[in-house]
Design a binder for this molecule. Structure first.
Ligand code: 3AL
Length: 130
């Protein structure tokens, strides 16, 4: 792990729970409005598209929208998963399971997913610079 990545992780880990949830709330929904309107960042667009979230069939899209909404209503932050380490099937499966978990457990799980996303984004930046 690079020193930069370690510093990001230390920063995140030192935040109070409200700050951690603030970080989770900065993330766009999976297969949400931003993806459909083309207003995602290029990184998120590539991550979500790579997992097949831009080509859900109507029943998958409706299930994803319902579960995302239920998740956000229950926890107050969006469902976060490292899309590049999953595909649409595993994302839907995990969303179904995680929507029923406990609040603190999901806060911690979301933060671990943010760290994976950060790891892959930093790696991509470093590779570009070589
Ligand atoms: N909500 C959520 O997980 N968003 C994302 N995950 C990811 O890998 N890229 C995202 O935009």
């Amino acid at each position: 792990m690079s020193a930069l990545e370690a510093a990001f992780q230390e920063f995140i880990d030192a935040l109070p729970d409200s700050g951690k949830e603030g970080i989770l709330r900065c993330h766009p929904d999976l297969a949400g409005r931003d993806l459909h309107r083309g207003t995602l960042t290029p990184e998120s667009h590539e991550e979500q598209g790579g997992a097949g979230l831009d080509s859900l069939d109507p029943s998958e899209a409706s299930l994803m929208a319902q579960l995302n909404q239920r998740y956000k209503r229950r926890f107050g932050f969006p469902f976060i998963i490292c899309a590049k380490m999953n595909d649409k099937g595993s994302i839907l499966q995990q969303l179904k399971e995680r929507v029923n978990k406990d609040h603190a457990e999901e806060r911690a799980h979301g933060i671990e997913e943010v760290k994976k996303i950060c790891h892959l984004r930093l790696q991509a930046l470093t590779v570009h610079k070589l």
